[in-house]
Write a protein that binds this ligand. Sequence first.
Ligand code: FES
Length: 425
Amino acid sequence: MSHRITPIDHPVTFEIDGESITGQDGDTIAVAFVAAGRTTLSRSIKYHRPRGPFCLSGGCSHCLVRVDGVPNQPSCQVDIKPGMRVERQNAFPDASVDVLQATDLVFSKWFNHHEFLAGVPLIEKVMLQVARKLAGLGLLPEKPAPTREPPVVESVGVAIVGGGAAGLSAARRLTERNVAFTLFERDRSCGGRLLHGCDEGAPAVVVPSGTSIRTGATVVGVFSDDHKPFLAVVQHQRLHFVFYERLLLANGGQPTLLTFPNNDLPGVFASRAVSRMIRKHGVLPGARIAVVGDGDEAKSLAKLIGANGGTAVAVGAEPLRAHGVRSVQALTVSLQGRIEKVDCDAVALCAPVSPAFELARAAGARVGWDSRSHLFTVETDAAGKSADTVWVAGELRGPMSAAAATEQGLVAAESIASAIKGATP
Ligand code: FES
């Protein structure tokens, strides 16, 4: 069972479907939910299967809930507040016992709701309503959206996206070279996996002081106006258009969901979500956690789990099938040629992250298929340059350790500094 490693000392009580839950100040809704031993946080849109948080980084859509009347909020990105009203959505009568799950049994193989009874007068209209109920996502907000202020328009010399290992080392090197920059980090603090991942023996987190580091700032797109590129950044619910001369992308990747039957059961987490829960929130998501997948990461995560009072099982095994109804209760794995079923109440999937290359591609960088890692990665030269004014460092270029990402950040920053000095008369 999940539990808190460190007791709550700043309690915050909020409500999920009318039930009070108390979490620690600084928890997100998803973390407080897991720490309270709950499992089904949402339902899949089409099959209404139970869903729990998976990535805890805003990338998988497994954790959407309605918060204070606003639908489809990623609960792993929303901090709990006293009196907050959270509703699980897309289920009838509620997310724990969802009768709409019958669609999965009745139409388990080939239900095509685009064609089902389409063209039959009257019935078609009824079916449309039913299909909306079955497959729609959330309900409309209770209140109209507040009027938004117009975007803030800004200009920077160098923009860095991402404050993990690569972004921070680049910031450090640019500071040493007296190059002005602004770093945008989605999280409330910089550090990424240096702070919340497994211990890889990577360098400590050093945030250069006296520089422009903007945390809680999400870059949502790259556009251009009259051939001048700019980032669209959301910070404190305000949109900013940030025009830049040079761009360094170090925004990493998203956890990968390994393929095996029932991999969507609540209790199956990305490995970085597990280490984040332990190191950032003091929450152990299970008493017996199967740590499967990539060997090195699995070993260090197993160590972290053991050091915090949990038991890691099936370390480094290949997952074949998860078992359970509302949440994972066992996992069939292949380990050193043997197939066995191990009891567990959580699973951590250790696999290389999938590069989040969308911003890079929008900025003009080259994206290609890497046959070694079987991932789409951003292609660069040795200095990390991918397009005229675009550099890339870290896991956007493929799976790598935090130490290697740090080194790439330094090299890219050096190249940017040289380009600027070379261009300065
Ligand atoms: S988006 Fe919240 S757990 Fe993945």
